[in-house]
Design a protein around this ligand. Structure first.
Ligand code: DLZ
Length: 158
C-alpha cells in the first residue's frame, strides 16, 4: 500500500474512501459458528453499504481462530487482495487455551499485516460467555463484524 502526503491531506471524516474497486478477503473461523456467521454477515453488509461490489468479497473458512493467521497469510499474499478481515470468537474457558489462542492470533495477524503491508483486521470476539458473544454479534452491543469492515475501509483510505 502506498501512502502519500496527498492521501493524508485528503482523508477527512467526510471523505469516505471509494472502495468500489477494492477486493476484500474474509477469513472466518468455524468454531462458534453461530457467532462467526453473524460476524460475517455484518461485515459483508457493511462493505456493501459503503460501496464494495459483491463479486469483490471473498470468503475462506478455517477450523478455529488459531488458524486465522495462516488463512490470513494465504490471502494477504495475493496481490489482488486489498484488505483481509479475520473473524472469530474465542470464549473464555477454565483453561489457558483461551490465552494461548488469543495471543497467537493477535500477534499472528499483526505480523501478516506488516509482512504484506496491507490491512489485516482483528475481528475476533473474546467474550466471557456465549451471551456476551451474542450481544456483540448483532445483539445489544452491535456487531464486531461491522466494526471490522469499517476498520478495513478506514485503513484503505491512508
Ligand atoms: C480448541 C479451541 C477451543 C477450546 N476454543 C475455541 C474457541 O472458543 N474459539 C475458536 O475459534 N477456537 C477454539 N478452539 C480451536 C482452536 O482455535 C484451533 O482450531 C485448535 O486448537 C486446532 O489448532
Amino acid at each position: 500500500m502506498a501512502t502519500s502526503l496527498k492521501n493524508l491531506s485528503q482523508h477527512t471524516q467526510e471523505n469516505v474512501t471509494d472502495i468500489s474497486d477494492k477486493k476484500f478477503a474474509l477469513v472466518v473461523a468455524e468454531w462458534n459458528d453461530e457467532i462467526t456467521s453473524s460476524l460475517y454477515s455484518g461485515a459483508v453488509e457493511t462493505l456493501l453499504r459503503y460501496g464494495a461490489k459483491k463479486e469483490n468479497i471473498y470468503r475462506k473458512n478455517v477450523p478455529g481462530s488459531f488458524e486465522l493467521t495462516l488463512g490470513a497469510q494465504w490471502l494477504a499474499k495475493l496481490d489482488e487482495i486489498d484488505a483481509v478481515i479475520c473473524l472469530g470468537c474465542v470464549i473464555q474457558g477454565e483453561t489457558r487455551h483461551f490465552d494461548f489462542i488469543c495471543d497467537a492470533v493477535a500477534n499472528g495477524i499483526t505480523q501478516v499485516g506488516l509482512k504484506y503491508d496491507k490491512p489485516v483486521i482483528f475481528g475476533v470476539l473474546t467474550p466471557d460467555n456465549q451471551q456476551q458473544a451474542l450481544d456483540r454479534a448483532g445483539g445489544k452491543h452491535g456487531n464486531k463484524g461491522d466494526e471490522a469492515a469499517i476498520t478495513a475501509i478506514k485503513m484503505l483510505g491512508f
